[in-house]
Design a protein around this ligand. Structure first.
Ligand code: MLT
Length: 387
């Protein structure tokens, strides 16, 4: 046996695992301290009641002989795929064929797995700082990567690649910087991909946070995007599915990849649980939609609180308006990880060190609005007290 040595290029620990590890070590050494979690974006609101009820009904069905279901379709039940098209795409002028929608166990898994569609020699372009899965999965496949730095100087908006890219990862609204692309800026990427026969893997997990009407929610709002883009979405951050697992990926027929992705999924994926899919469907009922709107409004209020509070304390912050993440420059004399440790030890506030998202994230930390509102107020109060 020869191991896949590409895996040896990865950082020793996955970023979010390392944060949990350090937080846990601190908790064990300081059991009397109350830790405020503004780091990993999974401190979401609990599952909305209409979703809980739909899942309970689905569990009951699975417990009866005549309503029990075995494996579902590998690409998901038609009723969920139709609801996605009708609710998430048609109102934005995007027409999709049901075959183009694939239900998954979450955006994270699909982002990692989609790379199997492409040859190992393909060149990858990744704006950084970036959600670590784009880089990690490209490294695991042994693909050459061109990083596109996103800094305060370019407004956290990447330039087009210098060398021809076959695969491009874009995430908007952006994790971790909270930046967005205008319609015109996104059109430049679509035009680039069409001119160079590249594929864009577009991570739209945070589209529900967009408030500005000029910001596209889906890459398919841009003309020609169906030829060159795969879009990945999630129920985690809207409907609290972080621990349930359900998302979806759109692979348009025009990309020439739809049949290949279906074939891959049929072999490697036995489908998303019926119970999760019934829960996801309830997100599109009037009650489910109202509950999700309330969740998003809650996170947006928390993001605003953090933005204003951090600004008032003198921090340089951005993001947090059309996105749930606040990107914050660390004070002089610190780097990302040392300020992470400082906040943990002096305020018991957990953030995410920007350097964990790539070299251009050094000198920054990220705060997540997927946090308890009262915890955020306490975090700001404690940070005020340390000066
Ligand atoms: C984050 O904190 O960036 C997210 O929770 C990551 C994820 O959803 O996997």
């Amino acid at each position: 046996m020869q191991p896949n040595t590409h895996l040896q290029q990865l950082d020793g620990n996955y970023l979010f695992t390392e944060i949990v590890r350090r937080t846990e070590a601190y908790r064990q050494a300081n059991p009397d301290k109350q830790i405020l979690r503004l780091g990993v974006g999974d401190v979401t609101r609990p599952l909305p009641q209409p979703i809980v009820e739909a899942m309970l009904r689905a569990v009951e069905e699975m417990g009866q002989t005549d309503t029990f279901r075995g494996y579902g379709l590998e690409n998901g039940y038609a009723w969920l795929r139709e609801a996605i098209i009708e609710n998430d795409y048609r109102p934005r002028g995007v027409t999709l064929d049901i075959k183009e929608v694939f239900i998954s166990d979450g955006a994270g898994s699909d982002i990692g797995n989609l790379g199997e569609l492409f040859a190992a020699s393909n060149r990858v372009a990744i704006p950084e700082p970036a959600y670590p899965a784009y880089v990690d999965s490209s490294l695991m496949a042994g693909r050459p990567i061109e990083f596109l730095p996103c800094t305060a100087e370019n407004g956290f908006v990447p330039s087009l690649p210098e060398q021809r890219a076959d695969i491009i990862y874009l995430c908007y609204p952006n994790n971790p910087t909270g930046s967005v692309l205008t319609r015109g800026q996104l059109a430049e990427w679509v035009n680039y991909a069409r001119a160079h026969q590249s594929i864009i893997i577009y991570d739209a997990a945070y589209e529900a946070f967009i408030q500005d009407p000029d910001i596209p929610h889906s890459i398919y709002e841009i003309e020609g995007a169906k030829e060159v883009a795969i879009e990945v979405r999630s129920f985690s951050k809207t409907a609290g599915f972080t621990g349930v697992r359900c998302g979806y990926t759109v692979v348009p027929i025009e990309t020439g990849l739809q049949a290949m992705w279906l074939r891959r999924q049929c072999t490697k994926y036995n489908g998303t649980s019926y119970i999760s899919q019934r829960g996801a469907l309830a997100a599109y009922t009037p009650e489910g939609k109202a509950a999700i709107r309330a969740n998003i409004a809650y996170y947006q209020g928390t993001a605003q609180l953090l933005l204003n509070g951090l600004r008032a304390l003198g921090y340089e912050v951005s993001g947090g308006v059309n996105a749930p993440y606040i990107w914050c420059r660390v004070p002089k004399g610190y780097d990302s990880w040392s300020f992470f440790e400082y906040l943990l030890h002096t305020c018991q506030v957990v953030c995410t060190p920007g350097a964990g998202f790539g070299p251009s994230g050094e000198g920054y930390i990220r705060f997540s609005a997927f946090s308890d509102r009262h915890d955020c107020e306490m975090a700001l109060e404690r940070m005020k007290n340390i000066g």
